[in-house]
Write a protein that binds this ligand. Structure first.
Ligand code: APR
Length: 263
């Protein structure tokens, strides 16, 4: 973690970059929701650091037998009860609220989030791409249309798409599952448009999400990393804020509002 004066300098530098930028894009990971009580996956306190990584055969199992996959998801709901309860009870934290403020101030054009917890929307952010889906939605594997999970009837498995009759699956993207085309297209579009890239609360080890900041950096776009721990992107970052998102992002908003970071 940064000492106070180092942290202040990093926050000031980040605010200056944000004041100068005209199309800032953020890649967000589980670390932003950690302060809402949702465990991260990796890193010191990560769920998988403690429990070991889960098997990554969900996508294969779904394709082999979608009905059996849904039945298992219903039967084993308890297995992830703690994680699901943490998400259901979670509220947006000051980090989410600060990102919504930055959007409202015209300082943050788009958020690419790896989180499925819907907290950006609840904080008031509008320009969001959920590259790993949203846990409150289902998606058709044929036409890609989405619907609210609560609206899906489970008396017949797998649920079928009302639009095209295709198999529905929860919108959350499983390992090995292709990223939904509409989401991927928007991520590449935003990466091509951006003139500043923030990387907030992600270990930056999962692709294609971790690729976007690297692609921007290759174009000479400055990166700002906000993460208490080092990541593979730290060495590429123009500004590194070794602190929590819940502390750093509101501090950047305050500096921008005070106008102390005129470029
Ligand atoms: N503020 C900012 N960053 C934090 C905070 C915090 N308060 N607490 C933890 N972090 C950092 C950790 O240091 C770590 O680098 O957040 C990062 C979380 O990393 P992961 O747990 O790997 O989460 P993420 O990067 O989002 O994982 C990417 O992998 O598990 C899959 O699909 C899942 O979307 C997820 C993807």
């Amino acid at each position: 973690m940064h000492q106070r004066d180092e942290l202040d300098r990093a926050i000031e530098a980040a605010a200056r970059e944000m004041a100068r930028a005209s199309h800032a894009v953020a890649l967000v990971g589980a670390g932003l929701s950690a302060e809402s009580g949702i465990p991260t996956f990796r890193g010191g306190e990560g769920l998988w650091t403690k429990l070991g990584e889960p098997t990554f055969d969900g996508w294969e199992l779904f394709n082999e037998d979608p009905a059996a996959w849904w039945q298992r998801a219903i039967d084993f709901k308890e297995e992830f009860a703690d994680f699901n309860r943490a998400i259901d009870e979670a509220r947006p934290n000051p980090g989410h609220l600060a990102m919504a403020d930055l959007e409202a101030m015209g300082r943050l054009a788009h958020v690419i989030t790896q989180n499925i917890d819907n907290l950006h929307q609840r904080a008031g952010s509008r320009h969001i791409t959920e590259i790993h889906g949203n846990r409150y939605l289902v998606r058709c594997m044929s036409c890609g249309s989405r619907d609210r999970l609560e609206s899906v009837r489970l008396d017949r498995l797998p649920p079928l798409c009302p639009e095209c009759g295709g198999f529905m699956k929860n919108d959350t993207v499983m390992f090995g599952e292709p990223i939904p085309e509409d989401a991927l297209r928007e991520c590449y579009r935003q990466t091509a448009l951006c003139d500043l890239f923030l990387v907030v609360g992600t270990s930056a080890v999962v692709y294609p999400a971790a690729e976007f900041p690297v692609m921007a950096c290759r174009r000479g776009v400055p990166l700002i990393e906000i993460n208490p721990e080092e990541t593979p992107l730290s060495g590429l970052a123009e500004v590194v804020i070794r602190a929590s998102a819940g502390e750093s992002l509101p501090a950047i908003v305050e500096r921008l509002k005070a106008g102390t970071s005129r470029s």
